[in-house]
Design a protein around this ligand. Structure first.
Ligand code: NAG
Ligand code: NAG
Ligand code: NAG
Ligand code: NAG
Ligand code: NAG
Ligand code: NAG
Length: 230
């Protein structure tokens, strides 16, 4: 009798494993569908820019094969829209892409009267490149909330004013690019707290392979008198 019970248990547990696997696949593909919907909403928000005409709904993972999108384990981890003539704003729902670590919106026409704080909700963000856009306002005092940032490029846009001391709390920062337009604020001494910083520029270079470059070339450009690097 016990024998009978055990034999009937085996297929039963196999079934449940199979069921759990199916459920897992289903949940995962729903997550992928959701991420694709977010990306397609971005395209719509920006009024369907021509360079993104290949962003069309397809199977649940097809967006991972679009050149502007990077996926890690099937989930979107990067968006790179360099130089695509995009006019518009950076919508807060972009952070519905929960695994986003890199945003490169450089060389576009993104506009805003203030720093896009909505990006604080992208809690895994490590790379933020907003270079050469039409973004204005000051760099906010609570910029340190983007605690994981390794690269921050705010160069050649319309940001103005002082760089807040809290930028010194972005301890992961390796690269920091600020303004090229006449810089009328001051850099606070706290910037010297950025002990991991390798590149500090007040410019905006159109580097295609910035990461590779920064690996071979560790340079710290000291700008201003109040700065202290260790
Ligand atoms: C989904 O679409 C991508 C790109 O169009 C393709 O490479 C992939 O094979 C498709 N996957 C499935 C499961 O159909
Ligand atoms: C984010 O990545 C983790 C780990 O790869 C994964 O478990 C999770 O489902 C992803 N989130 C989304 C929304 O896809
Ligand atoms: C950040 O996300 C939370 C929860 O999803 C939301 O309530 C909040 O409005 C978002 N903040 C911004 C600035 O978009
Ligand atoms: C810096 O420039 C901005 C924009 O041109 C201006 O609004 C602001 O008043 C200036 N600040 C100082 C301290 O001159
Ligand atoms: C950051 O820099 C300021 C001013 O140089 C200094 O007073 C402060 O102790 C530093 N903070 C940390 C955490 O190193
Ligand atoms: C896609 C789009 O509308 N691009 C325009 C954005 O604005 C610049 C400058 O105003 C135009 O040159 C682009 O054609």
């Amino acid at each position: 009798m016990t024998k009978k019970r055990s034999t009937s248990l085996v297929p039963c547990s196999l079934y449940s494993i199979f069921f759990v696997l199916l459920l897992f696949r289903h949940v995962k593909s729903q997550l992928n569908d959701h991420e694709q919907a977010v990306i397609l909403n971005l395209k719509q928000q920006w009024q369907n820019p021509q360079p993104l005409s290949h962003w069309t709904p397809s199977n649940s993972s097809s967006h991972c094969s679009w050149p502007e999108i990077t996926c890690t384990d099937g989930s979107v981890s990067g968006i790179s829209l360099q130089n695509m003539n995009i006019n518009g704003t950076i919508p807060s729902f972009i952070c519905d892409l929960k695994n986003l670590t890199a945003i490169d919106f450089s060389w576009n026409y993104f506009t805003s009267q203030e720093f896009p704080k909505a990006l604080y909700n992208c809690s895994k963000l490590e790379v933020l490149d907003l270079c050469q856009n039409h973004l204005a306002g000051t760099v906010p005092d609570d910029i340190h909330r983007m605690a994981r940032l390794r690269q921050l490029n705010l160069g050649a846009s319309y940001f103005s004013g002082n760089i807040p001391g809290s930028i010194g709390q972005l301890t992961e920062l390796r690269e920091l690019q600020l303004f090229t337009r006449p810089f009328n604020g001051t850099l606070r001494p706290e910037i010297g707290n950025l002990s991991n910083l390798e590149v500090l520029e007040l410019g905006c270079k159109k580097w295609k392979n910035r990461v590779a470059e920064s690996k071979t070339e560790t340079s710290v450009e000291i700008v201003g008198n109040a700065l202290n690097f260790h």
